[in-house]
Design a protein around this ligand. Sequence first.
Ligand SMILES: Nc1ncnc2c1ncn2[C@@H]1O[C@H](COP(=O)(O)OP(=O)(O)OP(=O)(O)O)[C@@H](O)[C@H]1O
Length: 177
Amino acid sequence: MAAAFEHLGLDPRLLRAVSELGWAAPTAIQAQAIPAALEGRDLLARARTGSGKTAAYGLPLLQRLLRAAPGAAAQAVRALVLVPSKELGQQVVLSLRQLAAFCAREVRVADICAHTDLAAQKPVLMERPEVVVGTPGRVLAHLEARSLVLRHSLELLVLDEADLLSGGLGCSGGVLW
Ligand SMILES: Nc1ncnc2c1ncn2[C@@H]1O[C@H](COP(=O)(O)OP(=O)(O)OP(=O)(O)O)[C@@H](O)[C@H]1O
C-alpha cells in the first residue's frame, strides 16, 4: 500500500492543501516520485494520463522552494515548468496554485502560456515569481526580450509531457515528466 502523504516529509502547508483537495493518499507515481525528488534526484517519470503526475513533480518542487526560501530582496525565478500547449499550462498553473494555496506569498506561480502580447505579460515577470509556467516559444521570446532572466537563479526545470516538447527543444536531459 502507498505511504500516506504525511509520511513523505512534506511541509505542513502543502499537506494542508492536499487535505483541502480531499486527497486521501498519494497515487502510485506520487508515492514513487516525491521521495526521490525531495532527495534532489533528477527524475524521468512516465505514467498514464490522469495518474496525478502534476502533483508528483509539483509537491516536491514547492517543498524545495519553501525549504530554502531566500529573503524577499533576493526574489527571482527559481523553477521553470515547460509545457507543450497553453491549455496544459493553464491546468498546471491551476494545480500548482491549489497546492501552494497555504504558501501563496512565499511561492508565486506565473502563467506565461497565453499567446497575448509579450508586453502584456512583462509585468507578471517583473514581480519575479518563484515559479514560471510557459510554452517553449513564450519562454524563449521572454528570454530574448530579457523580461525573463534565469541564468543565476534557476534551480528546477520540469519538462511536462516531454515527449511532445522534445521535438521543439531538441533536448536530451533534464527532469522529464
Ligand atoms: N493523490 C491524489 N488523490 C486524489 N486525486 C488526485 C491525487 N493526485 C491528483 N489527483 C487528481 O487527479 C486528477 C489528474 O491529475 P493530473 O492532471 O496531475 O494527472 P496527469 O497524470 O498529469 O494527467 P495528464 O497526463 O492528463 O496531464 C486531477 O483532477 C487531480 O486533482
